[in-house]
Design a protein around this ligand. Structure first.
Ligand code: HQG
Length: 183
């Protein structure tokens, strides 16, 4: 991925998830921004972008962070917002076990408080170990937590899944967590 491509992706993540006003754009309650306004904003930022290039950024995103509307006139982030959006996630029943990748330095707090959503709308959980490992590795040597999602569901916790397969929940209390390498 070229440097400008990565800059476009990073800038879009920031505007569409956290700070539309920083780009001089607006997003609707479902998180959509007008693609035309986004292209103009990228140009103002020194990242001139054609419609085709915007599509390439959306399609080239390793984690399918963004989506374009069917008619190509609107764009949104699929999840990860800190601004209020209704988002592109649906209530769903998760697989019995989910995973979360983090790092050792956060473990004391996590075992005490459970997983909490930090700056995001939800705690993000992965359906497989490999993804969790990648998420944890963003911060250092990954530590993988196993979440007893079946028992969470049985005990009334509501899950949702984003359109790119990330499982979302309000919080994971410590009683549902164990370390993948310490059964
Ligand atoms: C930790 C990326 C202390 C949590 C990834 C994590 C993912 C606590 C960090 C997506 C805690 C939050 C989400 C507690 C949780 N005390 N630390 N009680 N509870 N934490 O980035 O799950 O590139 O908000 O372990 O690939 O790391 O954005 O969440 O380390 O899919 O598309 O607090 O972000 O995708 O970090 O990552 P984040 P995450 P994108």
């Amino acid at each position: 991925m070229s440097k400008d491509h990565a800059s476009r992706s990073r800038t879009l993540s920031y505007w569409l998830r956290h700070a539309p006003e920083a780009g001089g754009i607006t997003i609707d309650p479902q998180g959509w921004a007008e693609a035309g306004a986004v292209l103009a904003a990228l140009a103002r930022e020194g990242l001139p972008t054609s419609e085709a290039l915007l599509r390439a950024v959306v399609e080239g995103s390793d984690k399918r962070r963004f989506e374009l509307s069917g008619d190509g006139r609107r764009i949104r982030a699929r999840q990860g917002h800190s601004v209020a959006v209704e988002g592109s996630w649906e209530p769903a029943t998760p697989p019995p076990v989910l995973y979360h990748g983090t790092v050792a330095r956060l473990m004391d707090a996590i075992l005490r408080e459970g997983l909490t959503r930090q700056q995001r709308h939800h705690v993000h959980l992965s359906p497989d170990l490999a993804t969790a490992r990648q998420v944890g590795a963003r911060r250092g040597e990954p530590v993988i937590l196993v979440i007893d999602a079946a028992r969470m569901v049985a005990e009334g916790h509501a899950f949702a899944v984003s359109s790119n397969g990330v499982w979302l929940v309000e919080a994971v209390p410590p009683g549902y967590l164990s370390r993948a390498d310490q059964p």
